[in-house]
Design a protein around this ligand. Structure first.
Ligand code: FCB
Length: 442
């Protein structure tokens, strides 16, 4: 395999609600995740992001961990409710100050800042007006993007507009497993379109403010049928369309994929000109990959598929199958599907395991090292195939609040003791540091 080029960006990723805590401080307003976590029975063991990793107060220590890793880039998200507590209008200066200081210190430490504008923490007042089901939210998002770009745009290396809009649509509005907890099934499709419209409008707003690289980050999972029966093949294709195409075809091809596999799918809310806005050129595509999905048919259902187990692959603590080849396959699929594919950054990849400090205070996490090693090799293979991958971000720097799983899934290179907020780098942290230092060889 060829060496990974020197300019390849090695990074780590986090998201605001998962690490910051301080939900009531310095003028931050409530987000849909605050509301969802405080509703009984939504999150495992009633956990909330109220304190999380207390990063809002400990961010300097966390930047120190990123710098000591030798990472070239840090992908973090900006909490919209810190910037605009109402989701519109009035800007909260303290919120902007927080991220302004963060990007300054990242720059001092030689770490490129890669802010994500929306990693799921929608201001609750916007949700009260329909959230992403409401077209107006797209325009509010673009206004917010402009406010943030005006302040930190000079120091942002790469902007990511949205994180995984598929998950917001599917788990947030379709199945009710994530905030805001709606169960609309395919009635959630407006939330897809309005997020995409918000993305396109935000791209324009960012460009107006001199942004350099602009990207969108999508969740991808290469699919496969459980058997080679025509029905299972159709089921796998339907899931592939919904997860892998609905949020990428409009951006890269300027049109929605064929949704005829879903009898209830209705795109009547798409207005003339929307797809032109959505398909404004982007500089990079953010790819989040965790595992592939195997499917079988589920006749007479609005969602005509069912997920199957992956018995032959090892599983993480989350039960997610470990299939590094899936990342190689996915990158090839994107290349084949999109002729003008922009450069790719793997903006998330990682795994949860329960490793805890031993008596000497060390955390050995060999399974994480194996996972990362396998997936980084898959990236190298894709690069050898000629695919333009420019960076790789481990999810995550720290153990953190894993959405509906609360604090049960630990994805960090750094262990967090939530009782004391003590950070302990795991053996994977040292492994990744050495990999970055060793001529970025992988
Ligand atoms: C992704 C999310 C991220 C994290 C990982 C494990 O879907 O973008 O916030 O929770 O999964």
């Amino acid at each position: 395999m060829a060496r990974i080029p020197e300019r390849f960006l090695w990074g780590v990723a986090t998201a605001a609600y998962q690490i910051e805590g301080a939900v009531d401080e310095d003028g931050r307003g409530p987000s849909v995740w605050d509301t969802f976590c405080h509703a009984p029975g939504k999150i495992r063991d009633g956990h909330t992001g109220d304190v999380a990793c207390d990063h809002y107060h400990r961010w300097r220590e966390d930047v120190g961990l990123i710098a000591s890793l030798g990472a070239g880039a840090y992908r973090f998200s900006i909490a919209w409710p810190r910037i605009q507590p109402d989701g519109r209008g009035l800007v909260n200066a303290a919120g902007l100050d927080f991220y302004d200081r963060l990007v300054d210190v990242l720059a001092e430490r030689g770490v490129a800042a890669c802010p994500t504008l929306f990693h799921w923490d929608l201001p609750q007042p916007l949700e009260d007006n329909g959230g992403w089901l409401d077209r107006d939210t797209a325009y509010r998002f673009a206004d917010y993007a402009a406010v943030v770009a005006e302040r930190i745009g000079d120091r942002a290396r790469m902007w990511i507009t949205l994180n995984e809009p598929y998950i917001v649509m599917a788990l947030g509005y379709g199945l009710g497993m994530h905030a805001p907890g709606r169960t609309l099934l395919l009635g959630a499709l407006p939330a897809a379109h309005h997020q995409l419209l918000g993305h396109g409008l935000a791209v324009a707003a960012l460009r107006d403010h001199g942004a350099g690289e602009v990207a969108i980050t999508n969740a991808y999972s290469p699919t496969e049928p459980e058997t080679d029966s025509a029905a299972d093949v159709t089921a796998a294709a339907a899931y592939d369309t919904l997860m892998n195409r609905v949020f990428t075809d409009p951006v890269l091809l300027g049109r929605y994929p064929d949704l005829s596999a879903f009898p209830d799918a209705d795109l009547s809310f798409v207005r003339d000109g929307d797809l032109k806005v959505i398909s404004a050129p982007i500089d990079a595509l953010g790819v989040n990959y965790y595992f592939p999905t195997r499917l079988r048919t589920l006749p007479d259902s609005p969602l005509p598929f069912e997920m199957c187990a992956y018995p032959e692959a090892p599983a993480t603590a989350f039960g997610w199958p470990v299939v590094p080849e899936g990342l190689h396959r996915l990158l090839g699929l994107l290349r084949d599907r999109y002729p003008g594919l922009p450069p790719i950054y793997v903006t998330e990849n990682g795994c949860s395991y329960d490793d805890m400090p031993d008596a000497a205070g060390r955390v050995a996490d060999p399974d994480r090292i194996a996972y990362l090693d396998g997936h980084i090799k898959a990236v190298r293979q894709a690069m050898d195939d000629g695919i333009d991958v420019r960076g790789y971000f481990v999810w995550s720097l720290l153990d953190n609040f894993e959405w509906s799983e609360g604090y049960h899934q630990r994805f960090g290179l750094v262990h967090v003791d939530y009782a004391t907020q003590r950070r302990t780098p795991k053996s994977s942290y040292a492994w990744y540091r050495d990999l970055i230092a060793d001529g970025r060889a992988g």
